[in-house]
Design a protein around this ligand. Structure first.
Ligand SMILES: C[S@@+](CC[C@H](N)C(=O)[O-])C[C@H]1O[C@@H](n2cnc3c(N)ncnc32)[C@H](O)[C@@H]1O
Length: 198
């Protein structure tokens, strides 16, 4: 069994606590550090399947606010019918983008979206950077002033340039790697707060 296949502490904990994926603990840590999710917030979750982040956000919203989510794959959780909108599709598809923007504006945009990896680090990194650029585009188009964004990126490429770009539009932007990321993984999260508005 490879390290990736072996259920680790976080995977076992997620299963016990009813989350479809261990990634929930990454968002939890990011939120503890940056205080992003609060009642009444409208949140957009991009690359949401199987749905751990969405499930956790919905719990934190406690029936208030609103959550929109998108993924190429269906969600692997039973989603509520109220205060929630899910669209199965490609984040780059203009009709999908419009449907998500129609449910905004949002106070928070989060993305755990990751490209399918090819094994070629440069290709994979480029695809991950393209996703982050798209998430920045969504954020600029839909965030309310004071809003925040979180986007996963594969490390080792253009994260410095992307952070510099984010810093022009947010009061703060930095990379943060939660402890729940696998030790061997080269992912990190770009977190920006205090959107200055368009
Ligand atoms: C690591 S998973 C997200 C896990 C999720 N945060 C959770 O907690 O359950 C990454 C997701 O990004 C999605 N994804 C990748 N490229 C996408 C795209 N172009 N449009 C929509 N979703 C995409 C994948 O389908 C995959 O489900």
């Amino acid at each position: 069994m490879s390290t990736y296949e072996k259920p680790d502490f976080w995977a076992i904990k997620a299963k016990k606590e009813g989350y479809p994926a261990r990634s929930v603990y990454k968002l939890q840590e990011i939120d503890e550090k940056f205080h992003l999710i609060r009642k009444d917030l409208r949140v957009l979750d991009i690359g949401a399947a199987p749905g751990s982040w969405s499930l956790w956000i919905l719990k934190r919203l406690g029936g208030t606010g609103f959550l929109s989510a998108v993924d190429l794959s269906p969600l692997g959780m039973s989603a509520p019918t109220e205060n929630f909108f899910f669209i199965q599709g490609d984040l780059y598809n203009p009709a999908v983008r419009q449907a998500l923007l129609d449910h905004g504006p949002y106070g928070l945009v989060v993305s755990d979206a990751a490209p399918s990896t090819t094994g070629n680090r440069i290709v994979d990194q480029g695809a991950s950077e393209a996703i982050v650029e798209a998430i920045i585009g969504y954020s600029f188009a839909t965030l309310k002033a004071g809003g925040a964004m979180v986007a996963k990126i594969f490390q080792g490429g253009a994260e410095r340039e992307l952070l510099d770009h984010m810093k022009e539009h947010f009061t703060q932007a930095r990379a943060f790697k939660p402890k729940a990321c696998r030790a061997e993984s080269f992912e990190t999260y770009l977190v920006a707060t205090g959107f200055k508005g368009t």
